[in-house]
Design a binder for this molecule. Structure first.
Ligand SMILES: Cc1cc2nc3c(=O)[nH]c(=O)nc-3n(C[C@H](O)[C@H](O)[C@H](O)COP(=O)(O)O)c2cc1C
Length: 502
């Protein structure tokens, strides 16, 4: 395929390379507003749900995930005030439905045929900003979700996500405003609190405010980056057992393999399971555990091809030639701006092999602007996998052998030895492992506590003395650990638009 330079059809920085109508206040036909379980059933009682993910759960990715059995999906989190006030931000966030009656050539966010059920998520701390944003969004989705779980520094600065936990009145108002004023239901995504009882009281408040679906991420606010650790499903079970049965709950956290989805439903009693990180590494995670090995752990080159085909069709239109785009044009296509991070995740196991580093290096230099170059990488990848399979052909017996090792979820799981040419989850080191390999360092408070603890163990009587013989040595050990190569930690939106901190 030849790379052409896009004709300078329009100098407006907001121009798309293909004529897609962007700003459509699509007058939605008035729908009957349902609530809670009635709403959940009206969208088909989804069980396998693609999580909201900044720079990752964009339209192309949702379409791919739906091909692999996801039955509902959330948008990335958008900033309510910016969404309400800035047309350019909206254009970067969503591709709108066309206004005309003619069949649209391309899929768009919330497309009835290719992108439903679809929930649009916002972060906000002002009910009026949230309402203004949600009123625009409601024409393009089935429900609007409020992010109450983001634990990142940027959320602390911007005062949203999990940093609203201390302000139940504000949370109530945010949800209740949408519940009363919006034409479609409002939903919310929370993290667990310190105890089951406080989490239950929190969940009740969110539901009383009017949330139709409650997503519970079974980790606390401080469980992020290297300290992510395991989600606690017992909290979600506790909520299930103590909330009215008509309450709709999505459980979130600890999904590594297909079988974990079923276990999670069983253990938590939740209505659906939401998955984020593993969906990015293996979009086939939602395939049923009865599916073949091939279907559950597809070849990476096959997955990359399918994904790139979706991006290509969305960007240039089916069958149209690929052309080089300007930076501005690229920025308006979420599917192009996310492409490299998706490919790095999909190919993480491929890149653990030294002999494949040249592909990694080419990917690092690639850009969504020059989509043709990315397609060439896919050709190279296919060649590499084909050659590998000639050397080490796979057999069904091998697959059975691998699957025999399947264990429980999270860190207790027996990590399956999936070959590097197949999509597979990224298994995060536990906080303990992160300490041990130096990726995570203890805070001063933790170091002091640990040193006191070890003194108590060595000599219970001296535990209260001021002797510091032992402590400095221990501290030094931790402090002097060489900083290893960053362990990948992408549990959370680490690449949020800096504008969001406002
Ligand atoms: C790349 C990435 C981006 C994320 N962005 C969001 C977001 O926009 N909104 C949100 O509520 N959670 C976000 N999260 C958190 C996930 O939705 C999910 O709650 C968390 O990763 C735990 O699920 P998991 O164990 O399946 O990864 C993000 C996670 C990842 C990995």
């Amino acid at each position: 395929m030849t790379m052409e330079t896009a004709p300078p059809t329009n100098t407006d920085p907001g121009t798309n390379p293909v004529p897609v109508e962007q700003e459509a206040p699509a007058p939605a036909p008035k729908r009957l507003k349902l609530h809670g379980r009635a709403f959940y059933e009206s969208i088909g009682s989804p069980k396998r749900i693609v999580a909201p993910m900044v720079d990752a759960s964009e339209l192309a990715w949702r379409i791919l995930s739906r091909k692999y059995n996801a039955d509902a999906a959330y948008s990335p989190m958008f900033h309510a005030r910016l969404f309400a006030e800035t047309e350019y931000y909206r254009r970067q966030s969503l591709r709108y439905a066309p206004t005309s009656d003619t069949e649209p050539a391309l899929s768009y966010d919330g497309d009835q045929k290719s992108d439903r059920p679809f929930l649009i998520q916002f972060c906000a701390n002002d009910p009026q900003h949230l309402l203004a944003a949600a009123k625009i969004a409601q024409h393009h989705c089935d429900a609007v979700d409020l992010n109450l779980g983001c634990p990142q520094g940027i959320a602390r600065k911007g005062h949203y996500g999990a940093f609203l936990q201390e302000q139940p009145d504000l949370i109530y108002k945010l949800i209740n405003t949408l519940h009363k004023e919006l034409d479609i239901p409002v939903t919310a995504k929370i993290r667990i609190l310190d105890t089951k009882e406080t989490t239950l009281a929190y969940a009740k408040m969110v539901l009383d405010a009017g949330a139709s679906i409650l997503t519970v991420h079974g980790r606390r606010r401080d469980q992020k980056s290297h300290n992510t650790g395991l989600a606690d499903w017992s909290y979600i079970r506790y909520l299930r057992d103590n909330l009215p049965p008509e309450t709709v709950i999505f459980a979130n956290g600890n999904i590594l393999y297909n079988a974990d989805v079923e276990s999670c439903l069983e253990v938590t009693g939740a209505d659906g399971v939401m998955c984020a990180e593993t969906n990015l590494y293996n979009p086939a995670v939602f395939m049923p555990p009865t599916a073949s090995f091939e279907e559950r752990f597809p070849r990476v080159d096959v997955m990359v091809r399918q994904y790139l085909q979706i991006v290509r069709d969305l960007t240039f239109g089916e069958g149209n030639p690929v052309v080089e785009l300007s930076k501005e044009q690229t920025r308006e296509h979420a599917s192009l701006t996310c492409i490299k991070s998706h490919l790095f995740r999909l190919l993480h196991a491929v890149f653990t092999r030294k002999e494949n580093h040249y592909i990694r290096n080419s990917l690092a230099k690639a850009s969504g602007q020059r989509f043709d170059e990315i397609l060439k990488l896919a050709d190279e990848l296919e060649k590499v996998v084909d050659e590998q399979l000639k050397l080490t052909p796979e057999t069904p017996e091998q697959w059975d052998e691998i699957m025999k090792e399947a264990g429980g979820p999270g860190a207790d799981a027996k990590i399956l030895r999936i070959p590097w040419w197949r999509c597979q989850p990224y298994v995060r080191p536990t906080p303990q492992q992160a300490y041990e390999n130096g990726a995570m360092q203890k805070s001063k408070k933790e170091r002091n506590a640990a040193s006191k603890e070890s003194k108590r163990e060595l000599d219970p009587e001296s535990a209260t003395s001021n002797s510091t013989e032992e402590a400095p040595a221990k501290r030094q050990k931790v402090d002097e650990l060489p900083q290893p190569e960053q362990v990948k930690a992408n549990d959370q939106p680490d690449s949020l638009d800096p504008k969001l901190s406002s």
